[in-house]
Design a binder for this molecule. Structure first.
Ligand code: C2E
Ligand code: MG
Ligand code: MG
Ligand code: MG
Length: 286
């Protein structure tokens, strides 16, 4: 026992830990200047409703290309931006850039394009609904074209606070999707109290084809009157299994990778579906 107590409680600072720390510091230094140096850009990934045979909108995904670091994944830099207190500035840039793109598609191509924008938990503040409304008005975009994606973990941190903010958003016709659904601790009780429109089933359940989770989630969504969308669908057999469980909305490489705004325009707001290989045009049902 004495031996155990004498064991040092610190961990050795290994070369790999040093590398991780160095990478974080380098990323943080470059991240502060990413907006002003115009290193950020957006991609738009098509979302499909197979039962309706149409494309229903696009998820907006952030990209960072730094001359020195190359491409850095948002999965790596978003948490750093959160740590640094930079995420609200970045989040505002994402929303403003996406809305100005929608306004452009509206004016030049006469297309009303629905988009889904990811929000960090740090953006979920009481002033969010007002701020989003100001941006929508500024760019002349209909609130009904906007969905905001939040994770269940973020929503559950402060349940009453979340309810108030989401209520204020839905009063303004802005829609809410729960992202990465199934990876946190969701319960029917809390879902029922939030004005949610869509549940996005996490890719991990799609890849593993966890049929019981897929079936239960699809049944719950139906009972609550919510749409369910599966993310990260890559294989035709995944699509078939999801359809069999009652899921009709999809996002994934099987249909399309995230596209640049130019690619979306060139595609004529269509995707070619692997299901039957017909062009699925953009159809807006509000
Ligand atoms: P997410 O919101 O769950 O986004 C889905 C991710 O899955 C995206 O990765 C997308 O490119 C990827 N994906 C789509 N289809 C497939 C597929 O068929 N197979 C595979 N393997 N992956 C697929 P991405 O763009 O790297 O984004 C990662 C995460 O970063 C996002 O996860 C989201 O949480 C966060 N993120 C991205 N953009 C933003 C943003 O503007 N703001 C905030 N706060 N977070 C963002
Ligand atoms: Mg998302
Ligand atoms: Mg997701
Ligand atoms: Mg995800």
């Amino acid at each position: 026992q004495a031996k155990q107590m004498a064991r040092p409680r610190w961990q050795r600072f290994t070369p790999s830990m040093q590398q991780t720390l160095h990478r974080k510091l380098t990323l943080k230094q470059h991240l502060t200047k990413a907006i002003s140096r115009q290193e950020l850009s957006l991609r738009y990934q098509p979302q499909i409703d197979v039962s309706k045979g149409c494309l229903i909108g696009y998820e907006v995904l952030l990209r960072w290309h730094n001359p020195e670091l190359g491409h850095v994944s948002p999965a790596e830099f978003i948490p750093l931006a959160e740590e640094m207190g930079l995420i609200r500035e970045i989040g505002n840039w994402v929303l403003a850039t996406a809305l100005s793109q929608i306004a452009l598609w509206q004016e030049q191509w006469h297309q009303r394009v629905p988009i889904s924008v990811n929000l960090s938990g740090f953006q979920l503040t009481p002033c969010l609904p007002e701020e989003v409304e100001v941006q929508l008005t500024k760019y002349g975009v209909d609130a009904a074209l906007l969905t905001l994606e939040l994770t269940e973990t973020v929503l559950m941190l402060d349940m009453q606070g979340s309810i108030d903010i989401l209520d204020a958003l839905s009063e303004r016709q802005i829609k809410i999707a729960i992202d990465d659904f199934g990876t946190g601790y969701s319960s029917l009780a809390y879902l029922n109290r939030l004005p949610i429109n869509t549940i996005k089933l996490d890719r991990s359940f799609v890849v593993g084809l966890n049929l019981s989770v897929i079936r239960a989630t699809a049944a719950m969504a139906t009972n609550l009157g919510l749409d369910i969308m599966a993310e990260g669908v890559e294989e035709p057999h995944e699509l078939a299994a999801l359809l069999a469980q009652g899921c009709h909305r999809f996002q994934g490489y099987l249909f399309s990778t995230p596209l640049t705004a130019e690619e979306v325009t060139l595609s004529g707001f269509k995707v070619v579906s692997p299901v039957g290989c017909f062009g699925l045009p953009l159809v807006i049902n509000d």
